[in-house]
Design a protein around this ligand. Structure first.
Ligand code: FPP
Length: 246
């Protein structure tokens, strides 16, 4: 990963406000591949390659947390060969990229259920988190086997198991039971591939996030596209339900 001395990129100086935490719904890999007459998995491979490119751009823009939606709880319903392919892709990516990500100061996190994932892949995920846990250049939070409703249910189960009483429970305490307990809520959610849905992604955490959707397929979403999203973010008024003082 090349993070220094890159030319031909946008000066963050032109942006007044940089979102601290950006979530990305990486949609359109399949259509990107189909448009080329390639198998869908080729699109997912191109999607993985693009994660690296967008990660580098995010560092340059000063984004501190990037949460990427890599595999949803609903994705189990895809054809078995695609599910297997996505699982293998994560394993291969960890194998091939972990050292370089670590060297570049990337802290890897996982949001989602480990159960359901093969024991070998679970070990690889745990290893990646362990190796990179002290890095602080950027957090790459991989939402894998992730569903927002599943996350909320998991939180409720643990809250009950911990014997929390109804009057003790508030939003702050509830947030601590989510997979993202020690991360701030996302400021901006980007969706590629032309749909305008949240698709069960960070449904609690994104309550006040700005939402940006583009028809661009994920493998084509480059620094220029990220810059456009950040520009749009900058023109939005973020009021958190309040009335702005003038
Ligand atoms: C949607 O494209 C994309 C996904 C199913 C998740 C994104 C996955 C990757 C970028 C690769 C896997 C990542 C890792 C880290 C292993 P789609 O197939 O729904 O596209 P379509 O809507 O055009 O069919």
């Amino acid at each position: 990963m090349m993070m220094e001395n890159e030319s031909n990129h946008h000066a963050p100086a032109s942006l007044e406000s940089i979102p601290y935490h950006v979530g990305i719904i990486m949609d359109g890999n399949g259509r990107w591949a189909q448009a080329r007459g390639w198998p869908r998995l080729a699109g997912h491979q191109a999607g993985v390659d693009n994660i690296r490119r967008v990660l580098e751009s995010s560092v340059r823009f000063g984004i501190k947390v990037l949460t990427i939606y890599a595999f949803s709880t609903e994705n189990w319903h895809r054809p078995p060969e695609e599910v297997t392919g996505l699982m293998r892709l994560l394993g291969m990516t960890i194998k091939r990229q972990l050292n370089e990500l670590h060297r570049n100061g990337v802290q890897i996190r996982h949001s989602g259920r480990l159960s359901g994932i093969s024991p070998e892949l679970q070990d690889q995920i745990r290893h990646a988190l362990e190796v990179t846990r002290h890095n602080d250049r950027i957090i790459l939070n991989v939402a894998f086997n992730y569903g927002g409703r599943a996350e909320i249910l998991d939180a409720v189960r643990r809250i009950i198991a911990d014997g929390i009483s109804p009057d003790q429970l508030d939003e702050a305490l509830f947030s601590q039971y989510l997979y993202t307990s020690d991360l701030p809520d996302p400021d901006l959610i980007i969706r590629t591939g032309g749909e305008w849905r949240l698709s069960n992604f960070l449904i609690w955490q994104a309550a006040y996030a700005e939402y940006y959707a583009t028809p661009t397929y994920w493998p084509d979403f480059d620094e220029e596209e990220l810059y456009k999203a950040l520009c749009e973010y900058n023109v939005r008024e973020r009021r958190f339900g309040r009335v702005l003082e003038t």
